[in-house]
Design a protein. Structure first.
Length: 284
């Protein structure tokens, strides 16, 4: 089957897209809940768009290792009052959720992409909703919820295993009625991947294998633990908020390697990084 380079609804920008993160959560690993209240979250989303974000990804459930689930009512209470005003202000919004009801309500409020870290596995209603809506859908490599996902980080060959599991998930979603051109894949950097081993680095280094799956690739490496370990001083990982330079370096590398989008916290630095990568790729 012939597939498009871009997912449905997206034009080719000639560069990697930058997706800015708005965590409407009290326990995010990256920002300590600094955008938890609605007004602050809206302000932050507008600032990310002004800094050059192509999309703003709004999420109301932390997926850091060890995090507990949030019920649908609480997630709706957190994200819908943020998605609506951002979309009304002309910001392109994606919704980061594993709940089909949250996805549907966010789409009604103006979201135009669904980013599900479970790839539709956490809620049996998600894939039917995506099929009916026709919206672009991020399918991440996932082996279970945050509370215990790190216990499942066992691989014979991390690149082969992740690619095989993503390919199987793509096939299952398409068989369930979703147009393949709606799908974006994400190797799930940091999700059931060992920060004290090479899992994340090997996946990033072999991004070409993800691209060979035939779908646009989203990378979410920003501020993650494996970068903190790399930058450790006196045995202590560098704090998440001080990992932005390393995050931008990863962005430049994966954008040059052909990533469709990066999901990041510091938009301005990463906008510069994708511009450098685009120039690099365009040079004979």
């Amino acid at each position: 089957m012939t597939v498009s380079i871009q997912p449905c609804g997206f034009a080719d920008l000639g560069r990697c897209r930058v997706i800015g993160v708005v965590n409407v959560t009290p326990d995010s690993f990256s920002d300590g809940g600094e955008s938890f209240d609605v007004a602050t979250a809206i302000e932050h989303g507008l600032a990310l768009a002004a800094a050059g974000a192509d999309l703003v990804d709004v999420g109301g459930e932390s997926t850091r290792p060890g995090a507990q689930r949030v019920d649908v009512a609480e997630e709706l209470r957190r994200v819908i009052p943020v998605v609506g005003p951002l979309a009304a202000a002309g910001v392109a919004v994606s919704i980061d959720t594993m709940h089909a009801e949250v996805a549907a309500r966010a789409v009604d409020a103006g979201a135009t992409l669904v980013n599900d870290v479970s790839g539709g596995l956490a809620d049996v209603q998600m894939v039917p909703f995506i099929a009916a809506s026709g919206l672009p859908f991020v399918v991440m490599h996932w082996r279970g919820h945050s509370a215990d996902m790190q216990t499942r980080a066992h691989y014979d060959d991390v690149v082969n295993d992740v690619c095989r599991e993503l390919a199987d998930r793509i096939s299952a979603i398409v068989d369930a009625g979703v147009d393949i051109n709606q799908l974006i894949v994400d190797p799930g950097i940091g999700f059931a991947k060992r920060a004290d081993a090479d899992d994340n680095w090997v996946l990033l280094r072999h991004l070409d294998r993800m691209i060979d799956l035939g779908r646009p690739v989203l990378i979410g490496a920003s501020r993650k633990t494996f970068l903190g370990r790399l930058l450790a001083s006196d045995g202590q990982p560098r704090p998440a908020a001080l990992r932005d330079h390393a995050s931008a370096a990863v962005t430049a590398l994966v954008a040059a390697a052909g990533a469709w989008a990066v999901r990041v916290h510091n938009v301005a630095a990463n906008v510069d990084a994708v511009r450098v990568a685009a120039r690099w790729r365009a040079t004979p």
